[in-house]
Write a protein that binds this ligand. Structure first.
Ligand SMILES: NC(=O)c1ccc[n+]([C@@H]2O[C@H](COP(=O)([O-])OP(=O)(O)OC[C@H]3O[C@@H](n4cnc5c(N)ncnc54)[C@H](OP(=O)(O)O)[C@@H]3O)[C@@H](O)[C@H]2O)c1
Length: 251
């Protein structure tokens, strides 16, 4: 079978994320064209300049707060027009949120669920239909190992990512057969601004390590990837702990 071409027109939502940035640096070396979406125009422009110097064939930017789901369709249509055709979309935006605040306040919990899950549902719905109609494309979504089992330390974030994982599973089941590659990316701890307040231990990976895993998973058209890969074993063990024991653990 002929090797498939690596995506050359790439939409990145939440482009200023450290994991996305490291991934785009690798893809830029292959001469891709990018459409970067994020809420900080200064960061987007700095990234665009950096990607140009690394070999990107073109970079356009679009500034928006992704919580504004009513604005998604206009942004996505602008991306499709600018790129000509979208080969790949990478969804990387997300917030860790404040778990104690989310335990105390529905509004705080809903804000996390809105950014991490509902805004992604809005984007994925449009993109799934777009790629389905094209009969090709790659839809890569950054979820998290935190979505594999609810834990007291971060179950609101975990629920947003668990719901996202299930949603993406369903989309894959619907459009893989139409020629669309749907990739769920489940990083463990990664040293990025999102986790800067946490004490770093040996389980922490760098954004560059995770980026290499993402590029490989796109090349190999994987369905679900744990990054680094040892998280697959860790999360298997976490899921296997019997509930009567798990409910007494501090995780
Ligand atoms: N770091 C980890 O340990 C880890 C582990 C598993 C999964 N993940 C996931 O990996 C993805 C990337 O995170 P990261 O680790 O690279 O952290 P990061 O550098 O903090 O990236 C998060 C990105 O989301 C953007 N964002 C958040 N809310 C937004 C909104 N309403 N509108 C527009 N942009 C918004 C942020 O924009 P600003 O720069 O403007 O704030 C930032 O670019 C996230 O989905 C995260 O949940 C991270």
């Amino acid at each position: 079978m002929a090797a498939r071409k690596f995506p050359s027109t790439v939409l990145v939502v939440g482009a200023t994320s450290a994991i996305a940035e490291a991934t785009l640096r690798l893809i830029a070396e292959r001469g891709a064209r990018f459409y970067l979406v994020g809420r900080n125009p200064d960061k987007l422009h700095a990234m665009a300049a950096d990607l140009h110097t690394r070999g990107a064939a073109g970079v356009a930017t679009y500034a928006m707060n992704l919580d504004d789901t009513a604005g998604h369709a206009a942004m996505l249509a602008a991306a499709a027009q600018s790129l000509g055709s979208i080969d790949m979309a990478l969804l990387a935006h997300g917030v860790l949120g404040d778990q104690p605040m989310a335990e105390a306040s529905y509004a705080a919990a809903a804000a996390i669920l809105h950014t991490n899950f509902l805004s992604a549902v809005s984007l994925i719905t449009w993109l799934a239909n777009y790629f389905e109609q094209l009969g090709q494309g790659t839809l890569a979504v950054i979820s998290s190992v935190a979505g594999d089992r609810g834990r007291k330390s971060n179950y609101v974030y975990g629920a947003s990512k668990g719901a996202l994982t299930i949603f993406v599973d369903g989309v894959r089941n619907r459009i893989d057969r139409k020629g669309v590659h749907v990739l769920t990316i489940k990083p463990g701890f990664v040293a990025t601004p999102m986790t800067a307040h946490l004490k770093q231990g040996p389980l922490f990976a760098t954004p560059a390590q995770v980026a290499r895993g993402i590029v490989k998973a796109i090349e190999k058209r994987r369905d679900v990837v744990y990054l680094p890969s040892f998280w697959r074993g860790i999360m298997f063990a976490v899921r296997m702990v019997p509930r009567p024991i798990f409910k007494r653990m501090n995780m």
